[in-house]
Structure formats: C-alpha cells, structure tokens
Write a protein that binds this ligand. Structure first.
Ligand SMILES: [Fe+2]
Length: 191
C-alpha cells in the first residue's frame, strides 16, 4: 500500500491517523505476545518504536500542534481551554509514555531483568492513550476545524503542512506506510 496524499489538509491528517492505527495494531500484537508467552523480538519492537517516533511524535503531532491548533486559536478558540487544550495535553502525556516505553525497551534489550514488564506497562499505556486520542481527534477536533475553515484558510493550512512535511526526510510518509503495512502482516496485526 502506498500513501496517496489527499489534497484536503484535514484528510491528510486523517490519512496519517490510519497509518498510526496500523502501528498501534502492531504494538498491541507485541504486548499480547509478551503477556501470553513472555516473548519479545527486540529488533521488531525497536523498528516499531522508531516508526512511532518519526511518524507520530515528530511529523504528525508536531504538525497538529504548530499549525492546526494555531489556526483554530486564530478563530478565537483558546488553545489552552476545551478540546484543543485536552488534545495538546494528551500529546504531552503521550510523549511521556513514549519516552518510558523507549527507555524500558533499551534497558530490556541490554538484559535488565525488570525492564521487560516495564516495557509492557509503558507500551500498554501508550497504546491505550494514543488509540483514544486519535478517536477524539477524528470524531471531535477534525469536524470542528473542518467547519471553521474557509477556502482561504484551508489553502493556507495545506501549504503550511506541505512546508512542514518538507522539513522531514523525503518519502518518510510513504516509507513508514509501507513498513507499517508489512509489519502488520508479519505480526498478523491488521484490525
Ligand atoms: Fe492527530
């Protein structure tokens, strides 16, 4: 599967959520394997954590925080209050859970005895937090923004998002999309 970039900026964000959902399916499969069989393929877990970092934490969330939330704030909805405040706070909480997950994985792969259960807990936290966060954005934030955008602000947002994407390695989204699909198939993780 390739990532076909939609022209509408909100549709681009929704398409990125679908890639993140595939990565979450993979993470869930790893957690189940760990819980039921006490097994973890470190190479696979590291590959997955790197994809969440590059695609979710840096490319996607960064773009929402700098561009989407800013545009909505310009319509008079304060960033700190209501839905946007909750979304930004969840990005921060997600980053903390992500950092715990990455740290525990590094410790586990170097043989620390208690690091594997710590990775399992952090991965579960990150999984449930990000899963419910994506749902809230899909169902509440994106329809709200969609209704606020004029053709002019929509075009500006689209351009700003393209510029933001160009600061990341070329073809990152296409590469991660293909990598996520391949990993989901290998782990039998597609929802
Ligand atoms: Fe998002």
């Amino acid at each position: 599967m390739t990532f076909l970039r939609p022209t509408d900026p909100i549709e681009v964000l929704r398409a990125e959520h679908r890639v993140l959902a595939t990565l979450l399916d993979c993470l869930h499969a790893l957690v189940l394997e760990l819980r039921e069989h006490r097994r973890l393929e470190f190479g696979t877990a590291e590959e997955l954590v790197d994809m969440f970092d590059e695609f979710g934490e840096k490319l996607h969330h960064g773009k929402e925080e700098r561009l989407l939330f800013g545009i909505v704030a310009a319509y008079g909805l304060p960033r700190e209050a209501g839905a946007l405040g909750i979304m930004a706070e969840e990005h921060d909480l997600g980053r903390l859970a992500f950092a715990r997950m990455r740290e525990a994985l590094a410790a586990a792969s170097s043989g620390a005895p208690r690091a594997l259960p710590a990775f399992e807990r952090a991965a579960e936290d990150y999984h449930s937090m990000l899963r419910s966060h994506l749902l809230k954005e899909d169902r509440v934030v994106f329809p709200l923004v969609d209704a606020l955008l004029t053709p002019d602000t929509r075009a500006k947002l689209s351009l700003a998002m393209e510029r933001a994407d160009s600061a990341h390695p070329e073809g990152l989204r296409e590469r991660i999309t293909a990598q996520a699909e391949a990993l989901a198939q290998r782990l039998h993780a597609s929802a």
